[in-house]
Design a protein around this ligand. Structure first.
Ligand SMILES: Cc1cc2nc3c(=O)[nH]c(=O)nc-3n(C[C@H](O)[C@H](O)[C@H](O)COP(=O)(O)OP(=O)(O)OC[C@H]3O[C@@H](n4cnc5c(N)ncnc54)[C@H](O)[C@@H]3O)c2cc1C
Length: 502
């Protein structure tokens, strides 16, 4: 039996003295924690935020900063897009999966314009301009982008509107977002303590959470929380034992985190009887350049297309990992996914937006490319011929890629192995990875106010959660911006509810 770091709760009767007393204790100072701390502190409650790291940030500060917002935000209107909460909810229901929480999606969609304004009021800037092409992160400071809403099947389910809102920053905006949120929380009085790793919760006889135990520079400290504890500790992608238990497909891939996603908050709550949801789900950022994929095709190890290439690229990644058995320790192998593109498509994406990606193989014929990539005889040849026929007629009968991106592929042709990676090569020139960068979407089961629920569906007294420590909005699917989106939105709810929990 492998014994893991103990998260067994400490009985309040066993704590003779508390080092810190507060009303609301927030554990983890990323976007969810900062949002919870702000709302709790502005009610006048005493708020203490602890983080195991040396400062605020977590994965939130490393992130692209994209936040999924809609329903008619000022940025959408300025860019010429009407939107409604109903269309936003219809898209999210389809994109996040049928088992996503409908009440959370409805609440998030109807509250989205207000949440946009809340972010602006905290100092987060958004520019009213649009980036209009598939990408992970626009190379500009445009404030709005599509995240698959204009791709099939969503075009048939809801009126398309772009909802990817980005703080005004070139490239990654997460750091700016965190500066604004943490600055706002501290301005209204939230106090912080860093280098402090919370290890277990303190519980009263009736199972109500009344505090926490933490480790700080080798010493144990105890914190009393009179109104509640909010767990905003992030997900569990850095904990391989938890991945093996719950999400083995994610094992062995590049971890999208600050290195602190050890699932400790989830485990501490589970030790009290908390229930969890969708622990097998993960975001899969496949190592491809979305602009190249949209202009060409993505094929599996059998040389077949499997997803419309103009959609949100994380959907291509999820399909590749979960349904095409792409690489990673779980698959035990090196299953390839290829981006196939012609010279026109390659050159059409400006060099800086190709992030240094080069063709793995170049060929003068589909037959030669198929042979070089080691694909089964006739497979890629047939796929290209069928695709080109669709392109000539302007309709992708198989996967419904939008006509805008359909063009016959003409030699010379290139095949790009996604395992070649999209980060700059190391000094040795080696860029190979597993082809995917992942984080977890499963977590604690919470209600609309962030109460952590037990296995009977009842709130555990004094215990709240938000961000990736919770399951939040997600079913099995993911759309960029929904992590920072639900973390900040439901983080606010959790902070407010904890402060009112007298
Ligand atoms: C490169 C990159 C790009 C991304 N881009 C986007 C994007 O554009 N849009 C989007 O929505 N998402 C994006 N994500 C994902 C997103 O950033 C995270 O899912 C999100 O920030 C999680 O927020 P959080 O508040 O739950 O956790 P975090 O921001 O990770 O904060 C958790 C904090 O808890 C602390 N902690 C953990 N355990 C303990 C403990 N036991 N005791 C004390 N402290 C603890 C950690 O140190 C950390 O500071 C990206 C992620 C990365 C890495």
């Amino acid at each position: 039996m492998t014994v893991r770091n103990s998260v067994t709760p400490r009985a309040a009767t066993d704590v003779s003295n508390y080092d810190i007393e507060t009303d609301v204790l927030v554990v983890g100072y990323g976007a969810a924690g900062a949002s919870a701390a702000f709302e709790a502190a502005r009610t006048g409650a005493r708020v203490r935020v602890l983080d195991r790291a040396g400062g605020a940030g977590g994965a939130s500060a490393m992130s692209g900063g994209e936040i999924y917002l809609g329903g008619g935000t000022p940025i959408q209107l300025a860019c010429g897009f009407d939107d409604t909460p109903e269309d936003m909810a219809a898209f999210l229901t389809a994109a996040l999966g049928p088992s996503a929480d409908p009440a959370k999606i409805a609440e998030y969609s109807s509250g989205s314009v207000e949440h946009f304004q809340w972010l602006v009021d905290r100092g987060v800037p958004f520019k009213p301009s649009m980036w209009d092409a598939p990408t992970w992160v626009p190379p500009t400071d445009d404030g709005l982008m599509w995240l698959g809403e204009n791709s099939w099947p969503f075009t048939e389910l809801a009126k398309p509107a772009p909802r990817g809102h980005r703080p005004t920053a070139k490239d990654f905006g997460g750091n700016l977002l965190m500066e604004c949120l943490a600055g706002a929380a501290e301005k209204v009085g939230a106090e912080t303590l860093f280098d402090t790793y919370v290890t277990r919760l303190v519980v009263a006889d009736d199972r109500t959470v009344v505090g926490a135990v933490a480790r700080r520079y080798g010493r144990e400290i105890t914190i009393r929380a009179l109104r509640g504890v909010v767990l905003t500790t992030g997900g569990f992608v850095d904990n391989d034992a938890m991945l093996a238990d719950h999400a083995p497909q994610l094992l062995g891939h590049t971890k999208v985190s600050a290195g602190t996603d050890d699932g400790s908050g989830i485990r501490m709550a589970q030790a009290l009887g908390a229930s969890v949801r969708h622990m097998g789900a993960g975001q899969v950022g496949m190592s491809l350049i979305p602009g190249l994929a949209a202009r060409g095709m993505v094929v599996n190890a059998r040389g077949q297309r499997f997803m419309n290439e103009d959609t949100y690229p994380g959907r291509i990644g999820q399909a590749a990992l979960y349904r095409q058995n792409m690489g990673g320790a779980w698959a035990g192998g090196d299953t390839a996914v290829w981006v196939i593109v012609d010279e026109t498509g390659f050159e059409d994406v400006p060099a800086p937006q190709r992030w240094g990606v080069q063709p793995t193989h170049v060929a003068e014929t589909p037959e030669e490319l198929e042979r070089l990539a080691g694909l089964p005889a006739g497979s890629l040849v047939d796929t290209i011929a069928r695709y080109n026929e669709f392109a000539v007629h302007g309709t992708d009968l198989d996967l419904h890629k939008a006509q805008r991106w359909l063009r016959p592929l003409t030699p010379p042709l290139a095949a790009i192995d996604v395992k070649a990676g999209i980060r700059p090569p190391s000094e040795s020139g080696d860029r190979r990875g597993t082809g995917a960068s992942v984080f977890t979407l499963g977590g604690l089961h919470t209600d609309l106010d962030g109460h952590v629920l037990d296995h009977d569906g009842y709130p555990i007294g004094g215990l709240f959660a938000a961000g990736r420590a919770a399951n939040g909005l997600h079913g099995f699917g993911y759309i960029s911006g929904t992590s920072l989106g639900d973390g900040t939105f439901f983080g606010r709810r959790a902070g407010t509810a904890a402060a009112r929990n007298l």
